[in-house]
Design a protein around this ligand. Sequence first.
Ligand SMILES: [Zn+2]
Ligand SMILES: [Zn+2]
Length: 167
Amino acid sequence: MAAPDLQTNVATEDEVVYCTVHPNVEATLRCNRCGRPMCTRCAVLTPVGYRCKQCVRQQQDTFFNAQFYDYLIAAGASVVISFVAAFFLSRIGFFYIAFLAAPAAGAAIGGVVRTLTGKRRGRYTAMIVGAGVALGALPLLMFNPLTIIIYLFLATGTAAAQFGLRL
Ligand SMILES: [Zn+2]
Ligand SMILES: [Zn+2]
């Protein structure tokens, strides 16, 4: 199997270009960023044209430009603000106030984290903010379970949703 392949390769090298990743597959496309030949399996259609997977990955790395300390700030701010918000909510007798106040608190926490991290985007910010909001409210669960359970669902969701879940 190797021999005929090699022959074809040599004979048609001038006309046929092979995929950089798959040497046996004819390249029908070229990455418009690095110019490498690629097969349809390797090509990724982006808003700016066909690109190889490596270039797409590199673009994502520049897109997600959050630093390590951004995650620390995001975690710290979420836990602290969430604790304060949940604390006041747990003191209010009417649990249904949580339906209004929890999404507002989640939105506010998201806004604060965004301001503190200078609008840098992080791959894990959504998860960290969600976990931080939940963690901050958790200690208050024993004082006012109903309010805090509603809070946990709504505030965590609202805060995390602000940072999207890009993968
Ligand atoms: Zn490329
Ligand atoms: Zn390929």
